[in-house]
Design a protein around this ligand. Sequence first.
Ligand code: ADP
Length: 162
Amino acid sequence: MKIGIYPGTFDPITHGHTDIITRSLRVFDKVVVAVAPNPSKHPLFNLAERLDMVKLVMKDVGQVEVTPFDGLLVDYVERSGAHAIIRGLRAISDFEHEFQMALVNRKLAKMVETVFLMPSEEYSYLSSTIIKDVAQHGGNLIDFLHPEVARRLQARIRSLKS
Ligand code: ADP
């Protein structure tokens, strides 16, 4: 069974992430979505909240496991018996950072491959950061987020403003 690990912050999960997970399942038998605490990114949602939203969005998709992960990604990949790291590649701007990370990870663990997948064009401009900005200014989130995730994001922003 080929297992891919899809790591990220998922603050919150967007249709761009979901698109990558769906595509990954055409290549891997199972995808483990590994949600990192990433305090340095100052996430809007805590780890438990982010995990809960990924689980909610993916609940009807078989062969997807959602788990927290901390520490060195390649250690986690080797420990879990997975075969590759999955990353999404959007515009050219993602490339340099992703290229660097993939090569550092290869240096650390030479058997761990990184697989890059391109999202559908309609999501290629989408990021959690942009969506949080749209939400902050009261924009419509329906094209970008699962309705319940959109509701939670709007509620979080309202509570921060009050
Ligand atoms: P990280 O902090 O690891 O970048 P993110 O949650 O922002 O965490 O992203 C996780 C992965 O999903 C990254 O590989 C990122 O490039 C990818 N990703 C995020 N949004 C999209 C999107 N709209 N289309 C394709 N890939 C995406």
